[in-house]
Every structure is written in structure tokens, then in C-alpha cells.
Write a protein that binds this ligand. Structure first.
Ligand code: VG1
Ligand code: CO
Length: 541
């Protein structure tokens, strides 16, 4: 074993979901090693521990895993459970951590960010409950990065990641497992596979776009093998190091090919996609794109149609920028609704405590208490289970939902790679004028309330500040301003726009049209163009 002297790494504060950097940063001398040692030290060591290790298969995934394994061995870990060829989707990793009762795991992914030598890489630690490290643990890991002086690693040959079974590395056991089977078994327990399979027997057609990312093998096993959907139901199902040169982000912009199919001639009945690491989902029916916030609300409303949720939900949790659609479902059901900061780590305590059963984010993440991550294929299967049990189409279910609860028109406008000082200046200016906003009017919309979101965890009492600026308008509109914590270049300003509509005659507009007054008010109140030099967002979802 070697102890290698090193120096602290500057400013490597993990963001919304672990540490994300340009791949070349992770590949630079000692960088990955320093961060891995900081994780091990931040969780008080891994002596005698069992860890799950796997990633989304992007460029550098396999090399990084070899380094992590040699370091885990040097730090005294007893066992690492690794997905074959280094592959594990994020929800599958979360499930394995829980199922095998391990001390946590390391997940290698930059999620929906592109992959490749000149693109993005990421690494995060998930704890024994299977969920992303809490803010407290993340702070400890960050503190270690600023004081690290040495890391431990053994010298050894590469582990053959393709060979199933157990081998040893130093004194540590490395167990290579099939990344798909445990996860597919779990899905089969949660959902009514007979009912869903019946859809396909009846001629129901679906297209699942794996976007050249990690869900390909999972989707093929679940849809084409276990549910016997026709071969070819899964598109772009072979994971590639650079996601086929694409941007594995399941939204109408980056999954345009799927949108074109679903809105084209001879479209299938149902379309879905997932992201780089398999935790996000996009749902689109025949000519009916489902916004993630609506998806959360519909799934929460009808989850009892799936066996795992037949007894109802304990509560629903949504991130603050997610629309209020789920709130009215919770109200109608008489169950608790929680509003948390952005990022799945904030749902963990609520799920562990049995307070929430289903959680979701506006960024195409939905999940439940079956794991401690959002789960793309889980959401697709719950939709299919609901379609099978109701016999309705996606557009019928949406229409029913809006008729019953009203429609929260919703959109997110992203301004990417903005100059960091300009973005911070914009946020600070908003912060400074919060007290003066109440009662002020922007393009005819009066502000009813404005604040900066902070969260007190109802389970452990921890407090998180500066989680986004919210401006509420008279009549049910809202805009939220927030800076992304997952980008790797400059700052990304996210502007979340929402408007509640309950008039039955006004439920079928294009969201951008319905939101036009809110969009104008958002631009006016924040001075987006003056401060960032951008006259339009880069991505509208
Ligand atoms: C984004 C999303 C957030 C999500 C996070 C991780 O964070 O807005 O909702 O939890 O990505 O998603 P940010 O800080 O860039 O807005 V992913 O699929 O890692 O795993
Ligand atoms: Co993801």
C-alpha cells in the first residue's frame, strides 16, 4: 500500500448532486484520488465497510472505478459490490445499497450532462439508506478536500470488471454483479406486470428512448424481455461513452427525436425517455407531452392502482420550484405535502421517516420510497400501470386531472454559461429588493408576497438557506429564481414560471402563451437582459 503526499484541492464544493466537473479536471493528476480520499475521510473512514460502486458508463467511468477500488482496498474496506463493466443506474445503485445493507456507495455520473473527454464527469457518495449524502455529510467531505495532505492506494492490476463473481484486491473482496436483475425484480414486485403486459398483447405501442445512456439494458430486460413488448420498443438502448454525442437529458429539447415521433404520423401510444444515469424521466402520450410537475401530481393521484401503493400514500413531497399541482392532490386526499429545496437529498429523511411515499421535482425526477433516488423507469412503469388499469390514454388522464384540480401552467427558462458575477449580482439585487416587492406591480401583475426560500427539515431539524427566490403574484402566479448547482461552466440561471388556471374553458393553451404575463414580469423584476446580456433563454422546458 502507498500513502501518496498531496495538497488540498481548492473550491471543490459538491453541488446539488455530488461533485461535477469537466472530465479533464477529474483526470488531472491526483484530482480523483484527492476527492475519493476526502469522501472516505468525510464519512469517518471505510475500514471494514462494504460499498457499492458503479456509474452511468460515460467516458472515464471504468478508469475511475479502478482507482476507487484500489483506494477502497488501501483504506481497509472489506468488500466492494460493482456493477458488471462498471455499470449501475443511479436508482439501481440506491436499491443495491439498501438490499445488501451496505455502508453506502459511490456513484459515478454527471447525470444529464454530456459525456466525453471534453465534457462532464461526476462522483457522489450515497449513504447506507441509499440516498445522496445529506448537506451535513457533504459539508464534512468538502471540509476534508480543503485540508487533505495524503491519500492511500494499493498497487495492483486492474480488476476484470466484465467477469461476474468475486475476486480479491489486496485484502478486499470485489464482487462483480449483474447490474440489471435485482432492479428488474424490484420493479416486478412494485407493479402489476400482468396488467402492463396485457397492454402490449392488446397492441399498445410504446417507444422508450434510452438516449444511448445507462437505462438501455434495464429497459430491454424490463420491457422487451419481462413484459414482452415488441423488440425495438427500446430505442438507442446501447450505452455509449459519449451518449452517441448527445445530451442525455429527457426533455422536449434534447429528446426531440422522441417528440417528433410522438407528434408525427403513425405515432405510438406512449413515449418515454430517461437520462444519463437513469434517474430522470420524460412522459409523452399521443400528441400529449406531460410536464414533470403534472406527472408527479397524476402519479400521486392514481398510484393506488399499482400494487405497491394500493394502501394509499403517507404523504407527497416536491421540491420548491416544482409546481403546486401535487399540493391539491395531497389536499384532496387529506395527506401531508412537503416543500423541500432542490435536490433529491432533501427527500431522504421524509422517506426514511415514512412521512412521504412519493416525491418529485420539476426537472423530470419522480420516485418513491422503494429507493432513495429519483427513478426514471419506475415513473414509466407507474404510468403504464395506471394506463393499463384505467384503460385511458395519457391525454385523457391529463384532461381528467386538469378538470378536477385545475391546471398549473408551468415552464422553466434556463440561461446557461452566464458570467458568474452577473448571475450572482442578479440574485443579490433580487434579495436586496425583496421587502419592497410586496404590492409592486409588473406588467399589470401585483406581487402578493416575495421571499428567499429556506428549509427546516421536519425530521432532523437541520436548516438550509438561500434555496431560491420566490415571487408570488395575485391570482395564483409565481416565479422562482435560482442558480444551478450542477453546471460545470459559469453559472446557470433557472427561472421557474407557474400560473394556476381553474377556468375549464382555459385549460388547453400552450404553456408559453398562458405564462406570457408571468414571463414578462420575471424579466422586468430581475432585469435579466440588462444583467446577463441575454435576450432569451438557452433552453425552455
Ligand atoms: C438539477 C435539477 C434538480 C436535480 C439535479 C440533479 O439541479 O434542477 O432538480 O435534482 O439537477 O439531477 P440544478 O442545481 O442544476 O438545478 V440529476 O438527474 O443528477 O441527477
Ligand atoms: Co440524472
Amino acid at each position: 500500500m502507498s500513502t501518496i503526499q498531496t495538497n488540498p484541492i481548492d473550491g471543490q464544493k459538491p453541488g446539488t448532486s455530488g461533485l461535477r466537473k469537466k472530465t479533464r479536471v477529474f483526470m488531472s493528476p491526483h484530482f480523483l484520488e484527492n476527492y475519493v480520499q476526502s469522501i472516505f475521510d468525510g464519512i469517518d473512514g471505510v475500514d471494514g465497510s462494504t460499498l457499492v460502486v458503479g456509474g452511468d458508463g460515460r467516458y472515464f467511468n471504468d478508469r475511475a472505478i479502478q482507482v476507487i477500488l484500489r483506494m477502497a482496498a488501501a483504506n481497509g474496506a472489506a468488500r466492494c459490490i460493482v456493477g458488471q463493466n462498471g455499470i449501475l443506474s443511479t436508482p439501481a445503485a440506491s436499491h443495491l445499497i439498501r438490499k445488501r445493507g451496505t455502508d453506502g456507495g459511490l456513484i459515478l455520473s454527471a447525470s444529464h450532462n454530456p459525456g466525453g473527454a471534453d465534457e462532464d464527469f461526476g462522483l457522489k457518495y450515497n449513504g447506507p439508506n441509499g440516498g445522496p449524502a445529506s448537506d451535513g455529510v457533504t459539508d464534512k467531505i468538502f471540509a476534508k478536500t480543503t485540508e487533505i495532505t495524503a491519500y492511500k492506494i494499493i498497487e495492483a492490476k486492474d480488476v476484470a470488471l466484465s467477469r461476474l463473481g468475486a475476486t480479491t484486491l489486496g485484502d478486499m473482496v470485489v464482487e462483480i454483479i449483474d447490474p440489471v436483475s435485482d432492479y428488474a425484480d424490484l420493479m416486478e414486485e412494485l407493479f402489476d406486470f400482468n396488467a402492463i403486459g396485457g397492454l402490449f398483447v392488446g397492441g399498445f405501442r410504446m417507444r422508450f428512448d434510452a438516449m444511448h445512456a445507462v437505462t438501455g439494458p434495464y429497459a430491454k430486460e424490463i420491457f422487451e424481455n419481462r413484459l414482452e413488448a415488441p423488440m425495438g420498443t427500446v430505442a438507442h438502448g446501447v450505452p455509449s461513452e459519449d451518449f452517441g454525442g448527445g445530451h442525455p437529458d429527457p426533455n422536449p429539447i434534447w429528446a426531440k427525436e422522441l417528440m417528433d415521433v410522438m407528434y408525427g404520423e403513425d405515432a405510438p401510444d406512449f413515449g418515454a425517455a430517461s437520462d444519463g444515469d437513469g434517474d430522470r424521466n420524460m412522459i409523452v402520450g399521443l400528441g400529449a407531452y406531460v410536464s414533470p410537475s403534472d406527472s408527479l401530481a397524476v402519479l400521486a393521484d392514481l398510484a393506488h392502482l399499482a400494487p405497491a401503493y394500493a394502501d394509499g400514500l403517507a404523504g407527497i413531497a416536491r421540491s420548491m420550484p416544482t409546481s403546486g399541482a401535487a399540493d391539491r392532490v395531497a389536499e384532496a386526499k387529506g395527506i401531508e405535502i412537503f416543500e423541500t429545496p432542490t435536490g433529491w437529498k432533501f427527500f431522504g429523511n421524509l422517506l426514511d421517516a415514512g412521512r412521504a411515499t412519493i416525491c418529485g421535482e420539476e426537472s423530470a425526477g419522480t420516485g418513491s420510497n422503494h429507493v432513495r433516488e429519483k427513478d426514471g423507469l419506475w415513473a414509466v412503469l407507474l404510468w403504464l400501470n395506471i394506463l393499463a388499469k384505467t384503460g385511458k390514454s395519457v391525454s385523457e388522464l391529463l384532461a381528467d386531472h386538469w378538470a378536477k384540480y385545475g391546471r398549473n401552467y408551468y415552464s422553466r427558462h434556463d440561461y446557461e454559461a452566464v458570467d458568474s458575477d452577473a448571475a450572482n449580482g442578479l440574485m443579490q439585487a433580487l434579495r436586496d429588493q425583496l421587502d419592497d416587492l410586496e404590492g409592486a406591480s409588473f406588467g399589470g401583475l401585483a406581487v402578493s408576497h416575495a421571499d428567499e426560500f429556506a428549509y427546516d427539515d421536519p425530521v432532523d431539524g437541520s436548516h438550509s438557506e438561500s434555496q431560491g427566490i420566490r415571487i408570488f403574484f395575485e391570482g395564483g402566479g409565481r416565479v422562482v429564481f435560482r442558480l444551478s448547482g450542477t453546471g460545470t461552466q459559469g453559472a446557470t440561471l433557472r427561472v421557474y414560471l407557474e400560473m394556476l388556471e381553474t377556468d375549464p374553458a382555459q385549460l388547453h393553451h400552450d404553456p408559453q402563451d398562458a405564462l406570457a404575463p408571468i414571463i414578462a414580469a420575471a424579466q422586468a423584476v430581475a432585469g435579466i437582459e440588462e444583467r446577463t446580456g441575454r435576450s432569451a433563454p438557452d433552453v425552455i422546458t
